[in-house]
Structures are given as structure tokens and as C-alpha cells.
Design a protein around this ligand. Structure first.
Ligand SMILES: [Zn+2]
Length: 240
């Protein structure tokens, strides 16, 4: 299947390779995560300039030969997100968003919605670096769970379907649980429950902040869901 692949892509990781090359992990709308080599990119006169760095959203032409590793033949910048690179919290938020996408989705597992979610998150952080923080990072992860098909059940007990007396959250059960099914769960306050529902339902740009206690519970719910259903352990999103 040798040939050229034209695609948009976001650089998730960029690693030095050999004398002057870089290996890139990219997320693309139709192929999902792919790996590509960019040759000569670290030479001063490289035609790629500095655009094969994390968080760049690019129009790419990739050559696909026999190997799993594609070769970058051209790259045009669609969005370089320069402002987020100048703010420590925004940079950290962008790095964790890219890391989460890279960890949750394997090569050849395309989700068009994930591409747009990540593009949207990077554009938001670049447009307003003050947006970076725990509620934004958690809302991003929650939407990633939804795109991956592991969104937690929040409307009724994930074990028995009871709609009242929802007390806790169980990653193993896959969502909120009622008083009768609470074994193995942790307590989830109403505010944390509301945050999860709101963050799943609203656009990323509109997700409101919540108290540190509610965000800590929401984070635990997201981490446990990922561990049980995605078999992925992510770094905590940190303070913010
Ligand atoms: Zn129950």
C-alpha cells in the first residue's frame, strides 16, 4: 500500500532520532494515532522549520511505504498555538491533553471526535491561557472517555438502575451507584456529580469551575473509569 496520505494531524510527541531526524507521534482524524519520521528536520536549513513540535496542528503529506513508520514529506502549519507555549499552566494543560490522547488510543484506532476535541482544547488554551486548570483538564478527559466509549453512567445506579439515593461512584461498575450497591465505591458529593454531568454535556469552553473537593472526587471518578475500562493509568491533572 505504498503511496501518499494527505491528512491533518496534531503533533502529540516529537522525539530526536539519529543525527538530524525526528520521530513524531501524530493524531489524525481518519487514521487516529500514527507514527512518522521527519528526516533532516534538526538541520538549520530544514524545509520543515520549527513546525514539527508538540501542539502544532498541521496539514501533512505522509509517505506510506512498507513500514509502520510513515515519512513526512510536507507539513504546513494550520495552528502553531504560540501563546500557550509562553504560559506554564497552559503548556502543562496542552502536554497532558496530548499525553492522554496518546495513552488512551492505540495506533490505528481513529475517532474523528477525538481529533476535533484535541484541536478545540489546544485552540482554547492558546486563546485564553487563564483557562488552563483543573476543571478544564478534567472536562477534557471526561470528553475523551465519551469519545472512547467509556463515559461513566451518571443518571442512575450503574449496578441496578435505581435512580434515587445515588451515593457513590464505582469505576468497576462504570458510574454512580446507589446506597444498596455502594460496596467498593467512594463517596461522590452532589457537587462532584453535577460537575461530571455538566462537563459531559457542555462544550469545553463553557465548563464552569467547581470546588477543590468536588474536582478531586470528579478526578478520582475519571481515573478509576479509565483504569477499569481503558486499562490506562494517567498522571493526575495537578492543581490549578
Ligand atoms: Zn444500585
Amino acid at each position: 500500500m505504498a503511496g501518499s496520505l494527505k491528512t491533518e494531524g496534531i503533533v502529540l510527541r516529537s522525539m530526536r532520532y539519529g543525527e538530524a531526524d525526528r520521530i513524531l507521534h501524530l493524531y489524525t482524524p481518519h487514521r487516529g494515532r500514527v507514527s512518522a519520521i521527519a528526516k533532516g528536520v534538526r538541520r538549520a536549513k530544514s524545509r520543515f522549520g520549527g513546525r514539527l513540535e508538540p501542539f502544532f496542528r498541521l496539514n501533512l503529506v505522509l509517505y506510506e511505504g512498507r513500514s509502520d513508520l510513515l515519512t513526512v514529506t510536507s507539513a504546513e502549519t494550520l495552528a502553531g498555538h504560540p501563546r500557550l507555549r509562553e504560559d506554564a499552566a497552559a503548556l502543562d494543560g496542552a502536554a497532558r491533553a496530548c499525553e492522554a490522547v496518546a495513552r488512551v488510543f492505540d495506533d490505528g484506532d481513529p475517532h474523528r471526535g477525538v481529533y476535533h476535541l484535541l484541536a478545540n482544547e489546544l485552540a482554547l488554551l492558546n486563546g485564553d491561557v487563564a483557562r488552563a486548570g483543573r476543571s478544564n483538564a478534567l472536562a477534557f478527559r471526561l470528553k475523551l472517555l465519551l469519545a472512547a466509549g467509556f463515559a461513566p453512567q451518571l443518571a442512575a445506579c450503574a449496578s441496578c438502575g435505581e435512580a434515587e439515593h445515588l451515593m457513590g461512584f464505582s469505576g468497576a461498575a462504570g458510574g454512580v451507584v446507589c446506597a444498596a450497591c455502594e460496596a467498593g465505591s467512594f463517596a461522590l458529593d452532589q457537587e462532584a456529580h453535577d460537575f461530571l454531568v455538566t462537563a459531559l454535556g457542555l462544550p469545553l469552553a463553557d465548563v464552569p469551575d467547581a470546588s477543590p473537593r468536588a474536582l478531586a472526587q470528579a478526578e478520582r471518578a475519571i481515573l478509576e473509569t479509565l483504569e477499569h475500562h481503558g486499562h490506562v493509568r494517567l498522571r493526575p491533572v495537578g492543581r490549578g
